[in-house]
Design a protein. Structure first.
Length: 559
């Protein structure tokens, strides 16, 4: 009898262990898996070529999280951590629905993900990818797009960003968070704002509410059928946020209704908020940040309308060399960029707190590269500076660029201003002064991470190349006042939209260029701020040869 009981107990323990290891297959696309919480993280295996699976995490019969992830079927590309310890001790149930066609992937019970799911108290974030930038901001892991909620307070720059913690393609939009004291070295912080019943957390902004000693975030809650504007408050300098109980604070019948940019307007002693709605911008005002009054719309018959308007900003700037000040409205658009896909356009004019009036009819681009989008500025930046950062990619191929553990970087920080040329006012873009601290020793060697200062003498040709024959060619045509960058002979097998030659007007002569090279990107600036061009590159080996005619190049190592 004792032997029989021991045999039965052994069988029960074996079945229990098997239930923990193996899924319960409930249909062609549905499975459940029980997980006993033993460590902080459940490491989920990802296979990028697969379709998404939806995981509902249940604790005590209540859904505590929902996410989409490309679970591995027969190959693991990388792992992502799901923090399960925060749901308490005991057992969790993963309720999983696979969206792909099972005819192409085999039996669900044999998927590799069941075997490869494992628990750990740590997650390895060591950078092993050759294309990860050395001095640009990137997420530690996962997908990143638009910079969000940027502000400066008490000596610290805060950068939030559109983030997918569960893969390196767009999905599960969440606000990630990084901080810096110098705009160069960024420290990853805990997740800032997570999806909720109103939807995923799309782009938005933060303001420093000095009167009430708090930071207030505005963001788009993106539900399945609508987009609404929500608010969250931080009383610990942006480390954590409490969502406003009265959310949403703004709603609309429009399908594309997103990306709130809020700022204090001292000229009217009110808050202003500007929203992207379809192919226009809507302006609101408020005295308390919760009750908003619609003031006006802007955009009809002005600028480029070949795509959806997104990620607005509205800032007041000094016109260089004058006592004049003007307002600039930043409008990101996708598609419709000058070389295809996404880009940043801008409008110069006057703003009285209610209406923005543009003074020009032509379309103007802030950056004439292919990889400069979602540009916004830091709130409360020191010394009245307007410091901008952009997402350094393009929606045409952002999901396909050749990285895995992470995808996408932000541009170097740039100071925005205004300058006049032939009776017109234009946006100036200069590398932020903090970048000078990166300069190391002068060197004769071209490397994958360096700054190059080029003194230009008339028309100039500059070529970066490697031993495989890949190259990037830059040219300044002094007669036409035009600068170009040609990456058509750079590695681009991942997308037909990637090979391109980008061209920019220079609004007069160029005397000096500053060129920032960083593993997978090249950013070029006229030293006077009259031209900026940002392009990604993915050479199979670093460009190590420089050829230049019509100029002298000084190369600086990066510290």
């Amino acid at each position: 009898m004792k032997k029989l009981l021991m045999t039965l107990l052994s069988a029960v323990l074996t079945l229990t262990a098997s239930a923990q290891q193996n899924p319960q297959v409930l249909g062609k696309s549905h499975a459940m898996k029980r997980v006993e919480v033993k460590s902080r993280y459940l490491l989920l295996p990802v296979q990028e070529r697969e379709d998404n699976a939806t995981i509902k995490v249940l604790a005590n019969n209540q859904q505590v999280q929902r996410l989409n992830i490309r679970l591995a079927v027969d190959k693991v590309d990388y792992y992502v951590p799901l923090d399960i310890q925060r749901f308490g001790s005991g057992q969790l149930l993963l309720d999983i629905f696979f969206h792909g066609d099972r005819r192409f992937t085999g039996a669900m019970k044999d998927f590799l993900c069941w075997k490869e799911m494992k628990q750990s108290d740590t997650f390895d974030t060591q950078n092993r990818e050759k294309f990860r930038p050395a001095y640009h901001h990137t997420p530690v892991y996962g997908w990143m797009n638009d910079p969000n909620g940027m502000f400066y307070k008490d000596g610290v720059y805060h950068l939030y960003y559109q983030w997918n913690p569960y893969g390196s393609m767009w999905e599960n939009m969440t606000w990630g968070h990084s901080t810096s004291k110098d705009l160069i070295h960024w420290e990853a912080q805990p997740t800032a704002i997570e999806p909720d019943a109103l939807g995923d957390i799309f782009s938005g902004s933060c303001v420093v509410d000095k009167k009430n000693n708090r930071v207030v975030a505005f963001y788009t809650s993106a539900g399945e059928r609508s987009q609404v504007q929500s608010m969250a408050v931080s009383t610990d300098n942006g480390k954590t946020f409490q969502k406003y109980q009265g959310n949403p604070v703004l709603v609309s019948k429009e399908e594309d209704f997103r990306d709130p940019k809020c700022f204090w307007n001292p000229e009217i002693q009110k808050w202003n908020l500007i929203l992207a709605v379809g192919q226009e911008m809507r302006i609101y005002s408020s005295t308390n940040l919760t009750d908003w009054t619609y003031e006006s719309s802007f955009g009809k018959d002005l600028g480029c309308h070949d795509g959806v308007w997104e990620c607005p900003d509205l800032i007041k700037l000094q016109v260089r060399g004058t006592d004049k000040q003007k307002w600039m409205l930043i409008c990101n658009i996708n598609p419709g960029g000058p070389f295809g896909g996404s880009a940043t356009q801008y409008f110069i004019g006057d703003f009285d707190g209610r209406h923005f009036n543009c003074e020009h009819k032509d379309t103007r681009w802030m950056d004439y590269g292919k990889d400069h989008y979602a540009t916004v500025t830091f709130d409360n930046a020191p010394d009245g500076r307007k410091i901008a950062m952009a997402w350094m990619s393009n929606w045409q191929y952002a999901n396909q660029v050749p990285t895995k553990q992470f995808r996408s970087a932000n541009s170097v920080p740039r100071d925005l201003g205004l300058f006049e040329y032939n009776g017109q006012t234009y946006c100036s873009v200069t590398p932020s002064k903090e970048l000078l601290a990166l300069r190391g020793k002068e060197t004769k060697k071209l490397s994958s991470t360096c700054e190059m200062v080029v003194d230009v003498k008339g028309t100039m040709d500059l070529t970066l190349s490697n031993s495989t024959g890949e190259q990037v060619v830059m040219r300044y045509d002094a007669a036409k006042h035009c600068f170009s960058m040609d990456r058509t002979r750079s590695y681009a097998s991942f997308s037909e939209a990637f090979p391109v030659k980008t061209e920019a007007p220079t609004y007069g002569d160029i005397k000096q260029l500053r060129i920032f090279i960083d593993n997978s990107s090249i950013e070029v600036f006229d030293a006077d701020g009259k031209m900026a061009m940002t392009n990604l590159v993915f050479p199979t080996e670093p460009y190590n040869t420089l050829k230049i005619n019509g100029g002298k190049a000084t190369i600086y190592e990066i510290k």
